[in-house]
Design a protein around this ligand. Structure first.
Ligand code: PBG
Length: 323
């Protein structure tokens, strides 16, 4: 035998030397939840290690992210139940919890982190859908776009460097780009949730944001059966002016991620979502899996498939392990 692939696996130094994929803290983004009316951070049962933050604790968490070497943070707002309405108007209210959270984080970290906002209505609507409904209860695409523009502009005013439309409305990137530019925010970037699937793996997120959704999102989020459609959605968003693209969930959609990374010319992010994270914790709690190794392996696989940026609830722990 002349060729022995095991020669390149003999020592830790050798394995490290020949590693094809390296995950760096600078490519990890921490998703965080900021909730209205809390005096103390509140644990999220189905997302161990993750909390609903107060305005004060979210700023502290952002500083920890800077210290760990992260370069990005993604904020989600959790309004009081009584503040939800049919349009999600607390989303774009200047004193809405997400906008206050964005300001608190931006004040705390300045430009040391890229401050990103989830640009979606589902946390703020009483029916829990990502858009506004028409008279027969369908999610009204074009009426929703007007709300997304207001939401994105309010997030830019609050200090977001990046807005992240995640509602899968057609034309959302172009509408938001046009609205941001008209309001003087041509420097604010758009991270388009380009290929976002109607996934069961968002389960714990629903608890994290106290979601009131009944029914599902299958008329706007993609069918998990479709690979080529992910590429189509990403190409449309890039043509509409997306600065960054996202594939979500990540681990079960590595084929889509690889295709999007190969076929687009902007950086591609992938979101290791709540269910993907929670499953690892749940198995680890039973002693069935090594949590830290499993999370690191998941993120390595996502980067190997082509992601330049990974959103993960484990970003700080992973970054510490990497440095
Ligand atoms: C919608 C949104 C969702 C997630 C991020 N943005 C939920 C959904 O589409 O139902 C899920 C993230 C996760 O599961 O970690 N605003």
């Amino acid at each position: 035998m002349i060729i022995r692939p095991r020669r390149l696996r003999t020592t830790s130094a050798m394995r490290s030397l020949v590693a094809e994929t390296r995950v760096h803290p600078a490519q990890l983004v921490l998703p965080v939840f900021v909730a209205d009316g809390l005096t103390e951070p509140a644990p999220i049962t189905s997302l161990p290690g993750v909390v609903q933050h107060t305005l004060r604790s979210v700023a502290d968490e952002a500083r920890l992210a800077v210290d760990a070497g992260l370069k990005g943070i993604m904020l989600f707002g959790v309004p009081k139940p009584e503040d939800k309405d049919a349009y999600g108007s607390m989303g774009w209210a200047p004193d809405g919890i997400l906008n206050r959270g964005l300001s608190a984080v931006r004040d705390a970290v300045g430009d040391d982190l890229v401050v990103m906002a989830d640009t979606c209505l589902d946390e703020f609507t009483d029916h829990g859908h990502c858009g506004v409904l028409d008279q027969v209860g369908r999610v009204d695409n074009d009426a929703t776009l007007e709300r997304y523009v207001e939401l994105a502009v309010s997030q830019a005013v609050a200090g977001a460097h990046v807005v992240g439309p995640s509602g899968m409305m057609d034309g959302q990137v172009l509408a938001i780009r046009t609205g941001l530019d008209a309001a003087g925010f041509d420097d604010v970037a758009i991270l388009a949730y380009a290929a976002k699937y109607a996934s069961a793996f968002y389960g714990p997120f629903r608890e994290a944001v106290n979601s009131s959704l009944s029914g599902d999102r299958r008329t706007y989020q993609q069918d998990p059966a479709n690979r080529r459609e992910g590429v189509r959605e990403a190409a449309l968003d890039e043509a509409e002016g997306a600065d960054l693209l996202m594939v979500k969930p990540a681990g079960y959609y590595l084929d889509v991620l690889a295709d999007v990374a190969a076929q687009s010319s902007v950086p591609v992010a992938a979101y290791h979502v709540s269910g993907e994270y929670a499953m690892v914790w749940a198995a680890a709690e039973r002693g069935w899996i090594d949590r830290d190794r499993a999370l690191a392996e998941a993120v390595t696989a996502i980067v190997r498939a082509g992601a330049h940026i990974v959103l993960t609830y484990a970003a700080i722990e992973l970054a510490k392990g990497l440095s």
